[in-house]
Write a new protein. Structure first.
Length: 518
C-alpha cells in the first residue's frame, strides 16, 4: 500500500505542474499566472478540491488543458474552472469539454456560484485520441466545447456565473463567458474576439492588432461585452471576491445581510449641497449614491460603458441593493441605446437573484437624434420597459429633480411598472418636457407678438412650473407618488421602505417565458 500511495503522490505532483515547469515559466514571462496559481489566488487558502486531475495523464496531457473543482471564498462554497495554457495551449478537446460540462452541472445541482478563469484559443484543431470513439484520431470540433453553452443557459438566473478573461480567448471560447453574468478583463493581458488579426488580414485585408480588436479597453468602453477592467490578475481575483460578497448562492436565497455599523436613521443633509436646484445644472450622481449607501461603499458595474446610466451594488442598512441612477454629468443624463441595454440587463440580474432595486431619477429624457433612432432606440428602450415590468423584487424610486417624456417610463416613475414606492424631492418635476421647452413649443408665436417677449416668456414658464412642475401639486393630485421628502431624509426613507416591502408577495403568470425585445 505504501508504494501505491507513494506512486499516487508522485503522479499527482507531476500532473499538478500541467505542461511542466518550463511551460509555466514561459507563462510567467508573459506576465501570466498558471491555472492552479490563479485558482489558489482566488480561493480561501487550502480550500481547493480538484476533480479529474489525471485525465489524459498517460497521454502526456494531464487534465486535458483545464483544471476544475470546488473550494470556498470567504467560507462560501463555489465551483471553479481554469484553462491550463501549458497543456495544448488550453484548447478545448473532448475530455476538456466533458470536464467543463460536469463542473457547470455540479454548480447547478449544488446551487453554488460558478467562476470561470478563461485562457483558451477555442476548439482544438490537432488530432488526438477520443475516448469511446471508433476513430481514435477523430478531429476535435466545436461540438465538444459547444455543450457548455447549453449549461451556461441552464445555469443562467439559477446560480451566479462570473468570468475572468486572462489570456487570448477566440472563437467558441468567448461565447461561454458572454453567456455569463459578469466578465472581468485585465489591461494588456486579456483579449476576446471571434476571429483573430491574421484571419481578418487574409480575408478583409485589414491590419489590426489584437489589442485594438478585442482588448480590455475595447470591451469595457466600446462594445460593453465586459463589465470590469482591472490592472492585474491579483486585482482581478480581489474584485471577483468582492463582487461575490454582494451575491446570493443561488436564486432561492438572498444575499447575506451585512453589519455595516452605519446608522439606518442617518440624515443626508449633504445632498442639498451636492444636487443643484437648477434642473439643467450638472452634478456627479456618484456623490449622491455614496452619501446614501452604507459607509459610502458602492461597487459599480460597467463603469466605463454608457456612463449616462450608473448601475451597481451597495448595502443600505446591511441589505444588498441594486442601484440604477441617471448620471447628469454624461450626456446630461439622457437615456440611450447603450444605456438601455446596460440598465435592462442589470435589472434582470437583480430580479433573478432577489436583490431589491433602488432607482435614483434625474433625466431630461431619451437622447434625441437620427443616430439613436436608426440604432434602434425603440427596440432597446423597450428592453428596459420589459425588464422593469417583469421584475418582482422590491423596487423603490426617488425622483431627485426632473424626469421628462418617455424617460418617466424608462425609470419606472409612472404607475403600471410595479414600482412599489415612489418618492420625490422638493425639486421634482414630471412632464412631457422641461418648462422652457414646453413654453417655447406651445407659446412661440405669442411670445414673439408680446410687448415684452422676455417678460412674457418668463411668466409663462413660471405658470407652467406652477401647474406641472410643482412637486407639492404632484403629491396632491396623484396617488402613485407616496410622499415628497427632504433630501436629508433620503437614506432613512429608503431604509424604512425596504423594511416594509422586503417580503412582498410575488405573483407570476404560468408560462414558459416571455419574449423580451432583443
Amino acid at each position: 500500500m505504501k508504494e501505491r500511495i507513494k506512486r499516487l503522490r508522485e503522479v499527482k505532483k507531476t500532473a499538478s505542474m500541467g505542461g511542466g515547469a518550463e511551460k509555466i515559466a514561459k507563462e510567467h514571462e508573459k506576465g501570466k499566472l498558471s491555472a492552479r496559481e490563479r485558482i489558489n489566488l482566488l480561493l480561501d487558502p487550502d480550500s481547493f478540491n480538484e476533480f479529474n486531475m489525471l485525465v489524459k495523464y498517460r497521454m502526456g496531457a494531464p487534465g486535458d488543458g483545464i483544471v476544475v473543482g470546488h473550494g470556498t471564498i470567504d467560507g462560501r462554497r463555489i465551483c471553479v474552472f481554469a484553462h491550463d495554457a501549458t497543456v495544448m495551449g488550453g484548447s478545448q478537446g473532448y475530455m476538456h469539454g466533458r470536464k467543463l460540462y460536469k463542473i457547470h452541472e455540479m454548480a447547478l445541482d449544488m446551487g453554488v456560484p460558478l467562476i470561470g478563469l478563461n485562457d483558451s484559443p477555442g476548439a482544438r484543431v490537432i488530432r488526438h485520441e477520443v475516448a469511446g470513439s471508433d476513430d481514435p484520431y477523430r478531429v476535435s470540433d466545436e461540438k465538444h466545447a459547444g455543450v457548455v453553452f447549453f449549461m451556461n443557459a441552464r445555469c443562467s438566473g439559477v446560480v451566479p456565473q462570473i468570468s475572468a478573461i486572462l489570456g487570448n480567448c477566440t472563437g467558441g471560447s468567448v461565447y461561454s463567458p458572454a453567456l455569463t453574468d459578469f466578465i472581468f478583463m485585465v489591461d494588456g493581458l486579456s483579449h476576446m474576439c471571434i476571429t483573430g488579426p491574421r484571419v481578418i488580414k487574409s480575408v478583409m485585408h485589414e491590419d489590426v492588432t489584437l489589442e485594438e480588436l478585442g482588448g480590455a479597453k475595447i470591451h469595457c468602453q466600446v462594445t460593453g461585452v465586459a463589465d470590469f477592467r482591472v490592472k492585474s490578475e491579483e486585482d482581478c481575483m480581489a474584485n471577483i471576491r468582492k463582487l461575490l460578497s454582494y451575491l446570493p448562492q443561488n436564486c432561492t436565497t438572498r444575499p447575506e445581510r451585512k453589519d455595516t455599523q452605519d446608522d439606518p436613521g442617518r440624515m443626508t443633509a449633504m445632498l442639498e449641497e451636492i444636487v443643484p436646484e437648477q434642473p439643467t445644472q450638472g452634478y456627479d450622481m456618484h456623490r449622491v449614491i455614496e452619501t446614501i449607501v452604507d459607509e459610502g461603499d458602492f461597487f459599480e458595474i460597467k463603469r466605463e460603458f454608457a456612463g449616462e446610466i450608473i448601475v451597481g451594488f451597495a448595502h443600505i442598512d446591511g441589505r444588498v441593493v441594486g442601484i440604477v441612477a441617471n448620471q447628469p454629468m454624461v450626456k446630461a443624463g439622457c437615456m440611450s441605446v447603450d444605456s438601455s441595454d446596460k440598465q435592462a440587463r442589470f435589472i434582470r440580474f437583480c430580479d433573478a437573484f432577489n436583490i431589491p432595486i433602488v432607482l435614483l431619477v434625474d433625466t431630461p429624457g431619451y437622447l434625441p437624434g437620427k443616430g439613436q433612432e436608426h440604432a434602434g432606440i425603440i427596440r432597446h428602450g423597450a428592453k428596459v420597459l420589459y425588464a422593469l415590468s417583469e421584475a418582482t423584487v422590491p423596487k423603490i424610486a426617488i425622483l431627485l429633480r426632473k424626469v421628462y417624456g418617455g424617460a418617466a417610463l424608462g425609470m419606472g416613475i409612472m404607475p403600471g411598472f410595479g414600482t412599489d414606492l415612489i418618492f420625490g424631492w422638493p425639486t421634482a418635476e414630471v412632464g412631457a418636457m422641461g418648462a422652457a421647452q414646453a413654453v417655447d413649443l406651445f407659446y412661440g408665436d405669442e411670445i414673439k407678438k408680446a410687448q415684452d417677449p422676455q417678460e412674457y416668456r418668463e411668466r409663462k414658464i413660471q405658470d407652467y412650473k406652477d401647474l406641472y412642475a410643482d412637486p407639492l401639486a404632484l403629491a396632491s393630485d396623484v396617488t402613485w407618488v407616496q410622499d415628497i421628502i427632504e433630501p436629508a431624509e433620503t437614506r432613512r426613507c429608503l431604509v424604512r421602505s425596504l423594511n416594509l416591502i422586503e417580503n412582498k408577495g410575488i405573483t407570476r403568470n404560468a408560462r414558459r417565458h416571455g419574449n423580451i425585445p432583443l
